[in-house]
Unconditional design. Sequence first.
Length: 94
Amino acid sequence: MWYGEDAGANYKLAGGWKHLRTIADSNEVLRADGLKGNPARHWAAVKRYLRQAGRVVLYNIAQPVWFFLLDITRPVRSALGLRTTALRRSRGKV
């Protein structure tokens, strides 16, 4: 259940993003010879936090820098005819 009212209610009941868990976070796993410890459980949290850090870097750092550079170079690109509209016109797609 990832979307909808029930998903939102589960999210609130869990206490937010930091408290959500999956089967990969379990302390033990069932193997053919019984319950065994799950040494990989810590990697689930590491991967989760790295994924979130990647989103933060992309949306809060990389994209603003990229659009700042686009804004700075816009006059030069316009003068050289390297804007999207100029390229479409030259290819006859407008």
